[in-house]
Design a protein around this ligand. Structure first.
Ligand code: NDP
Length: 310
């Protein structure tokens, strides 16, 4: 029986995904019809990306699952018309990209690279940075991405603390969890990395009273999601010197509006949501694998907990 799969995303994504997804579905031994347009009542799976035209799932009466191409699901997880399982993207390419991006920005702060890039002024700045073992880094979120990032930083020798909702064990990482663990996780965070999902519980994780807990002059790297930070409070903390610098990849409004104070702030680096992208080849294999699992009665991988929102 042919499986009807709707690709619901912006047109440019179809251009990128059509070939690798077709190949991956074939390689999984599936007989399928993959299109960007179907009568809703015929669709069995939706491969989904944010800003898709599909916002009302009610007419999709034969739908078995929605497979999100992104790791973050905040655009769709609260959709009350979606009653079938929702999966999110966990992908080697996505994870490796995030590890590389976070490691690069962590080393920038750790080594004080900016002082030399911006300091070609004849001053011989012979400040020796500490070794990584003497640098305390905290990673908020120990999921697919946060755990991989933590392991990479441990591999470089950093003194790594991690924080998650439930208790976790990660080799070489001081693992804390729950609301009580957050204070301890922030107290030592000379460099703080946010890899939490955007949910009701994580909104404004960084705000005046939590920023205050961090060591004076700490640096922040946010490749998680914009709403994790109260922007007003972060700007105050940057202006007072409580936070020395922030590298922000994600924002409440994207693209970041030209008038946003982050653009002009001397102690902020803005990057345009490029920390890591879902890689079409590996992501397509994951989607095909999950459809194949579903069709053969195996449980889907990476199913989102709709109540928790991630
Ligand atoms: P996961 O769902 O695998 O991990 C999320 C982690 O956050 C888990 O450790 C979870 O705890 C923790 N967490 C969730 N809620 C809370 C809470 N209330 N308190 C404490 N900890 C909490 O997600 P990923 O690692 O795959 O991705 C993380 C986020 O990264 C995505 O949601 C997305 O927003 C962002 N992202 C950004 C990209 C970019 O290019 N900028 C690219 C890809 C993703 P527990 O382990 O207990 O469940």
């Amino acid at each position: 029986m042919t499986i009807n799969i709707l690709f619901a995303a912006k047109a440019e994504r179809w251009t990128t995904y059509q070939a690798p997804l077709t190949e991956a579905l074939k390689a999984a031994g599936l007989e399928f019809d993959l299109r960007t347009d179907f009568p809703p009542a015929e669709v069995e799976y939706i491969v989904y990306a944010p800003n898709s035209d599909v916002q009302d799932f009610t007419p999709y009466t034969r739908l078995k699952a929605v497979l999100n191409l992104w790791a973050g699901v905040e655009d769709v997880v609260g959709n009350a018309t979606l009653t079938v399982p929702l999966t999110r993207m966990v992908d080697h390419g996505l994870t490796q990209g995030m590890v590389e991006w976070v490691t690069g920005h962590t080393l920038r702060y750790h080594l004080g690279i900016d002082a030399h890039i911006n300091g070609q002024d004849g001053v011989w700045r012979k400040d020796i940075p500490p070794l990584a073992q003497d640098r305390k880094v905290t990673v908020l979120g120990l999921g697919a991405l946060g755990a991989a990032v933590s392991q990479a930083l441990v591999g470089l020798g950093f003194d790594v603390t991690g924080w998650s909702r439930s208790a976790k064990t990660e080799e070489g990482v001081n693992c804390l969890h729950g609301p009580a663990g957050l204070t301890a996780a922030l107290e030592t965070a000379e460099i703080l990395i946010l890899l939490l999902p955007d949910t009701q519980a994580t909104e404004n994780t960084l705000r005046a009273e939590t920023l205050e807990i961090m060591p004076k002059g700490a640096c922040i790297i946010n490749p998680g999601r914009g709403p994790l930070i109260n922007d007003h409070d972060l700007l105050e903390a940057l202006n007072s010197g409580q936070i020395a610098h922030a590298t922000l990849d994600v924002f409440r409004v994207e693209p970041l509006p030209i008038e946003d104070p982050y653009w002009a702030h001397p102690n902020v680096t803005v990057t345009p949501h490029i920390a890591s992208e879902t890689r079409p080849t590996t992501a397509s294999q994951n989607v095909a694998d999950n459809i194949q699992r579903s069709e053969t009665g195996q449980p889907l991988l990476h199913v989102v907990d709709r109540a928790l929102g991630y």
